[in-house]
Design a protein around this ligand. Structure first.
Ligand SMILES: C[S@@+](CC[C@H](N)C(=O)[O-])C[C@H]1O[C@@H](n2cnc3c(N)ncnc32)[C@H](O)[C@@H]1O
Length: 434
């Protein structure tokens, strides 16, 4: 298995490639690493780089130099899969590493072409790159560290390189969850003790504990990875158990109404009840509260809920009945909070929603689940009707969620659509094609 590396600074790799597991892999001839320099393809004192055409400073590696390097290494070690490095490339992750390990085993020759300066002439990548890799959304001075990172990740998949191959398959990001916490001697270190379960000798209980820890860390700190990679019903269930309980309240009071946007009340609509209830059921929301202090509105809701709880409701449409079963009525947000506290043992975190983008100290984005979830309390999304929640109610909430926006200036979603989008962005599974 040949890996050739052509670099401007060949000397950077020497200690790296002759240390630890990579050194052993070379000694065992599991991989043949070939280090080459772009300077080998120019005459002494000739430059490998030239200024960029057009405005703007910066030097680029000349295409001819790269071409000669690629041709020479292919002649020596056979046709190659060529990898370039750029912040504009495909983001490296565990899935891509695994894929590249298979490529390496099939192609028998991978060539790494890290760049320096402002990069390489764009035509070189166009002609030779089988893949361009970025190690993150930031800019380094050169592609050598990215190339080393790629090697570190890739070689773990080559049989024989790391001692325990099954640990590679269990490590973080090999599946939807990260690794579990691990401990060694001493049992008591500066007052911090190894959890008893880990030393219990009960393998089944240890496995169970490790799994729970792994899933909990993943859900809390890597939720986007989890939702991109859960596939099996078992994994979905494991993740769901670690997500705090979520609730939704649709406010028909403490909302702004009319042209003047004055505080007032609105009427309940069966469309909102049905549609939001279905969204809530889909995303595992425990209860969906209709909040209205008005007796006539409460009567309508009660009649509606009574119908859907009855046999007539179930024979009419059993799925709608299932969706409506967790719908509840409350006369105020305070009553909702009290009820959730009774059910869960702790007060909910209130997340206000609004169509208006405001610069608010409590503002959170759709990527802030960890911030909200790490408090270990239930979460209540507070949705408004009419022209939205009153500023007073927003102030009583713990957070204000960013509005939903597209690349247009139209900003008039129905609360039903908004609820569905919010729940999907916050709790939805978004599989990534791998
Ligand atoms: C200064 S950077 C060039 C940045 C380039 N002008 C841009 O903004 O996209 C020089 C070289 O470092 C390497 N490099 C820098 N950041 C990288 C990253 N995040 N991932 C992979 N390679 C990177 C690439 O080989 C790149 O051509």
């Amino acid at each position: 298995m040949n890996i050739s590396i052509v670099s401007v600074f060949k000397e950077l790799y020497e200690p790296f490639l002759s240390t630890s597991l990579i050194k052993r892999a070379r000694e065992k001839q599991l991989i043949d690493l070939h280090l080459d320099s772009f300077f080998s393809y120019v005459k002494p004192k000739e430059r490998i780089d030239a200024p960029t055409f057009g405005p703007g400073a910066g030097m680029l590696i000349k295409p001819k130099v790269v071409q000669r390097a690629i041709e020479a290494n292919q002649k020596a070690y056979g046709p190659s899969f060529n990898i370039f490095f750029s912040p504009q490339g495909r983001l490296l992750d565990q899935t891509l590493l695994k894929q590249l390990a298979t490529t390496l085993q099939e192609k028998k020759h991978i060539m790494l072409l890290p760049s320096r300066y402002e990069g390489m002439d764009a035509r070189v990548e166009e002609k030779y790159a089988d893949m361009t890799i970025s190690i993150g959304n930031y800019v380094l001075m050169g592609g050598d560290i990215p190339a080393m990172i790629l090697l570190e990740g890739l070689l773990r998949y080559i049989p024989g390189v790391v001692g325990k191959e099954d640990s590679v398959e269990q490590d973080s990001f090999s599946g939807p969850f990260v690794d579990y916490p691990a401990y060694t001697e001493p049992v008591d270190w500066q007052g911090l003790k190894v959890p008893d379960i880990v030393r219990s000798g009960n393998h089944k209980a240890i496995d169970q504990w490790r799994k729970e820890q792994a899933v909990s860390t993943s859900v809390l700190h890597h939720f986007n990875w989890v939702r991109e990679h859960v596939t099996t019903p078992e994994d979905k269930q494991l993740a769901a158990r670690q997500i705090p309980s979520h609730y939704v309240a649709l406010c028909h009071a403490d909302v702004l109404i009319g042209r003047e946007k004055q505080p007032g009340t609105t009427s309940v609509t069966s469309l909102d009840i049905h549609d939001i209830a279905r969204s809530c059921k889909t995303y595992g929301v425990k209860n969906y509260w209709l909040v209205t202090p008005l007796e006539d509105q409460q009567k309508i809701v009660k009649r509606f809920l009574h119908f859907w709880a009855s046999d007539v409701g179930s024979s009419y449409n059993v799925h709608r009945q299932q969706a409506i079963a967790p719908v509840a009525l409350a006369d105020s947000i305070d009553q909702v909070k009290k009820q959730i506290k009774k059910q869960e043992g702790s007060e909910p975190i209130l997340v206000a929603t609004s169509a208006r983008r405001v610069d608010h100290p409590k503002a959170i984005t759709f990527f802030d689940q960890d911030k909200v979830w790490q408090e270990g309390r239930p979460v209540l999304f507070v949705l408004g009707t009419g022209k939205g929640l009153t500023p007073e109610l927003i102030e009583r909430c713990d957070y204000l969620l960013d509005p939903i926006e597209g690349f247009t200036s139209f900003n008039h979603l129905s609360v039903r659509s908004a609820a569905a989008i919010i729940l999907d962005r916050w709790l939805g599974i978004h599989p990534k094609k791998i």
